[in-house]
Every structure is written in C-alpha cells, then in structure tokens.
Design a protein. Structure first.
Length: 265
C-alpha cells in the first residue's frame, strides 16, 4: 500500500535532483552563449537551428533562459536560507524571556500586516538594487510566517519533561534552547526553507521585472520578461512564453518536492 507514495516521492526527488544538477552545471557548459549576439538572426522564431528562438540582439533564448533560471535559483536559495536563519534566530530569542517573546511577536504581527510587495520594493529600492539588495529584501520579508511557526513549536516544547529535568539540574535558558529545543525544530527549518524557496524566486523575478532587482545586463528571468513586453504586440510570443514557462516549471518542481518532504518529516 505504501509503495506507490514512495515511488511518487522518489520521482519528485529525482526530478528535483536533476533540476539542481542542470542549473548548477549550466555555467560550465553554456560559456558565453547567453551573451553571444547574432545580428543576422534577430527575432528568429523557434526552429531546429534556434531551439527557442532568438531575441532582439540575436541571442539564443534557450541559453538565456537556462542562465536566468540558474541565476534565479541561486538568488532564491540564498534568500530562503537567510530568511530561515532570521526566523530561527528570532524564534529562539523569544524563548529567553517574556519581554523578548512579546517584542518578537509584535515584530512578526507588524511585518505580516504590511503589504508584501510594497515592503519588498521599499527595501530593494533603499538598498540600491542589485543581487545583494534583492537577497536581503526577500529574506527580510519572508521570515515572519516561519518564525511564528517555529515560535509555536518551541513554546510547545518548553514544558517537555526533559526540559524540566534540565532546569532542575540548574541549566540556563540559553543552554536549554541551544541543546534541547533547537535540534527539534531543525526539520521544520529545512521544510520551511524549501517552502520559502519558490516564493523567493518569484519575488526576485518580480523585483527584477519592475526594475529594482538584478542588473539589466544579466540574463535574469525578470529581465527577459521585461524585454519581451516590448515585442509581444509584434507577434514575437516566444520571448515571453519560454522564460515564463521555465520559471513556472522550476517553481512547481521545488514546491512539489517541498510538499513531499514535509509529509515525509
């Protein structure tokens, strides 16, 4: 009875592993293909010679799309890990005293009440844009929900018998948090980071599309989609369809893998 779910989980894990391997190795074999211009082949439709067509400067869209996905993958992963670290740090801080717990709860509620995209734009704009600004902006706006979950989990563990025994031996609260409580929430952190991952990728693409994200000279998905808007009315549909489809498939693959891992843990 359990063989089919295990096969499905193995299938998602295999697809996710292949995706990661493809994106991480793309820089080794793509070379300068994403930036190589062919002015005699401008705005060519998909064909056997140009698999996904070319853009306004004759650059191969398949190479630019793959490079953009790899770039979004790296930025999204960095932002998700940083956001998870912020969430774990604040949830742990809330366990040290009732005053810190109240302050962390107030901060979580405040950030959750602010419109997400507006806060993203404000932080990215204030930091001047670029890769680092996008990573920091996404990380600083994606931690509250995970922090609330981790805080609730830590609160439920605070009254566990082994914690009471540790207190009876005179251990400090910081020791209890570090040695007893944090190891129990690490699986939550792993799943939380994976669930933050696709949101981070989408918001990175949105910021770049709006012009406050990655450098326009980089083959980012947001840059490709923003450039495609100038030519879609002329019938050059492939400029927007293939980068958008690649982004969608990558996000769905990560989201499905995260969901399967959450069920497994």
């Amino acid at each position: 009875m359990n063989s089919q779910p295990r096969l499905v989980a193995a299938g998602y894990a295999g697809v996710f592993g292949l995706l990661v391997l493809l994106l991480l190795s793309s820089s080794l074999w793509l070379g300068d293909s994403p930036l190589h211009m062919q002015f005699e082949a401008r705005l060519m439709p998909p064909s056997a010679e140009h698999w996904l067509g070319t853009d306004a400067l004759g650059r191969e869209l398949w190479a630019r799309t793959l490079a953009g996905l790899a770039l979004s993958f790296g930025v999204g992963l960095s932002a998700a890990l940083l956001g998870t670290l912020v969430a774990l740090s604040l949830a742990s801080l809330a366990m040290l005293s009732p005053i810190l717990d109240a302050l962390v709860s107030l901060l979580i509620d405040t950030l959750l009440s602010v419109p997400h995209l507006i806060l993203l734009l404000l932080i990215a704009f204030a930091l001047g844009g670029g890769t680092q600004a996008v990573i920091i902006a996404v990380a600083l706006t994606h931690w509250p929900s995970l922090a609330r979950l981790l805080r609730a989990e830590l609160l439920s563990l605070r009254n566990a018998p082994y914690v009471a025994i540790s207190k009876g031996f005179g251990k400090r609260q910081g020791f209890i948090v570090w040695h007893h409580l944090l190891p129990h929430v690490l699986p939550h952190c792993l799943v939380g980071a994976l669930l933050l991952f696709p949101h981070a990728i989408l918001h990175e693409a949105a910021l770049t599309f709006l012009g406050v994200g990655l450098d326009p000279t980089q083959p980012a998905i947001g840059v490709l989609l923003a450039d495609a808007m100038r030519y879609l009315t002329g019938g050059y549909w492939w400029l927007g369809v293939f980068p958008g489809l690649g982004l969608l498939l990558m996000v769905l693959a990560i989201e499905r893998f995260a969901s399967m891992l959450r069920k497994a843990l």
